[in-house]
Design a protein around this ligand. Structure first.
Ligand SMILES: Cc1cc2nc3c(=O)[nH]c(=O)nc-3n(C[C@H](O)[C@H](O)[C@H](O)COP(=O)(O)OP(=O)(O)OC[C@H]3O[C@@H](n4cnc5c(N)ncnc54)[C@H](O)[C@@H]3O)c2cc1C
Length: 398
């Protein structure tokens, strides 16, 4: 019998997790990646508990823990008042095998997966190969690919478009990417400066509200990453220049010497969800299907959850003989979660962290303190922020 073939566009975390799930189950998989190598930029760096549960089935979680940091606590802070509330993720012990976040750069995940894929004879990774167009019939997808300017075609039973926010797959299908782009951009500055020596009782994950310039302080093994919003009227050159980077860092924590920075990244931030996640034999997953601001660390995690959900359904059809109609449930489940949960939560997180009205800020701080002081309320809160509730909600969608 012919081995089913799934084509995957994009070797980011979502494309590679999909390749791992399908390849481990014995399917023939081809991953096409436009770049010549895996992306090594500092992007997402938080793995939530349910993502760790999923990745542990493939032996990846222990490796991420070994290369990352276990963050048992998360904090809500205020730039002037300091610590507002600290949440202990061990409250989630009955909900997950991994009641903590792992702080680890996303490129480490993709490298770990590639090592496994390289050992699978039926999985092929084609770097320097861009998907440019798609046609499909009732029984197959035909993708037009371009490698070093040479055009060629590849046929497959199904195609997963995991080719990121500017997805050529999504565009080729003519699927709208509904939503909006924030007027400000986000700046992430990485530094070896040890904030924990200067800000007492700092955790590895700290959301710091402020009416003028909020920030997020995130620890990865060798660096602190500090995320700031830009002002709307600042040019990219201004934001990335030494003067404004030093000013932002000095305003946060004054030091007698200039900060040394290791990376600076400036990016546009959107809240968008594709109008459809499926068109016949083609699916969208990860950033190709939904993008959001990084407050809450839900983009990459949500994308991994998409990949797991979709691949389970593809295996149900291709190996367990289930009807193709099960594939429609992928869109019903994951698009609903992208809208109701991922985009809604991240938009709310941004609104709260940047709130200017002192009365509203006080109310939010009081509410956070009350939740942190109550284990039952803490568990409810952490189930939401850790994306456990989103998965329970998805399962309830027929
Ligand atoms: C600059 C930047 C900074 C970020 N920082 C954070 C952060 O601080 N915190 C956070 O939580 N999230 C962050 N994110 C978001 C997070 O990185 C994404 O949610 C995550 O990478 C999504 O994974 P993905 O596999 O869906 O897409 P991607 O990681 O974007 O992978 C898509 C892959 O597809 C490839 N590709 C694109 N077009 C084609 C084509 N036509 N043919 C073949 N291959 C193609 C790309 O080269 C890429 O390798 C950031 C994203 C960016 C872009």
């Amino acid at each position: 019998m012919r081995t089913p073939h799934v084509l995957i566009a994009g070797a980011g975390p979502v494309g590679l997790v999909s390749a791992l799930v399908l390849g481990s189950a014995g399917l023939r998989v081809t991953v096409v990646e436009a770049a010549d190598a895996l992306n090594a930029d500092l992007r997402a760096s938080t793995f939530h508990p349910p993502t760790l549960d999923m990745l542990s089935r493939y032996g990846l979680t222990d490796a991420l823990i070994a290369q990352g940091l276990v963050a048992r606590y998360t904090q809500q802070r205020d730039r002037k008042e300091g610590l507002i509330a600290e949440f202990d993720m061990h409250t989630l012990k009955g909900d997950t095998d991994f009641p903590f976040r792992v702080q680890c750069e996303q490129w480490k995940l993709t490298q770990l997966i590639k090592t496994q894929l390289d050992l699978m004879p039926d999985v092929t990774l084609l770097f320097g190969t861009r998907i440019e167009g798609i046609t499909q019939t009732d029984s197959q997808v035909v993708a037009t690919l371009s490698t070093q300017g040479q055009s060629h075609v590849l046929e497959a039973d199904y195609l997963i478009g995991a080719d990121g926010a500017s997805s050529a797959v999504r565009k080729s299908l003519g699927i709208e990417f509904e939503g909006f782009t924030y007027p400000e951009r986000f700046l992430v500055v990485s530094t070896e400066f040890e904030y924990a020596d200067h800000l007492p009782h700092l955790s590895y994950v700290n959301y710091c509200s402020d009416p003028h310039e909020w920030c997020v302080l995130l620890r990865v093994p060798t660096l602190w990453r500090v995320l700031f919003p830009t002002r709307v009227d600042e040019s990219d050159e201004e934001v990335m220049g030494d003067v404004s980077v030093q000013k932002r860092l000095q305003d946060l924590l004054p030091q007698s010497t200039p900060y040394e920075t290791v990376h600076r990244t400036l990016y546009k931030v959107h809240q968008r969800v594709a109008k459809h996640f499926r068109q016949q034999r083609v699916f969208l997953a990860g950033d190709a299907s939904h993008i959001n601001n990084p407050l809450g660390g839900m983009g990459m995690n949500g994308g991994v959850h998409d990949a797991m959900n979709l691949c389970d359904k593809l295996l149900a059809v291709l190996q367990r003989g289930e009807s193709e109609s099960v594939l429609d449930r992928y869109e019903r489940q994951r698009r609903t979660i992208a809208i109701e949960y991922i985009n809604a939560s991240t938009a709310r997180n941004k609104k709260e962290i940047e709130e200017r009205d002192p009365a509203v800020r006080q109310k939010t701080h009081d509410a956070l303190r009350a939740i942190a002081a109550d284990p039952v309320a803490s568990r409810t809160y952490l189930r939401k922020t850790s994306m456990i509730d989103a998965l329970t909600r998805a399962e309830a969608i027929a």
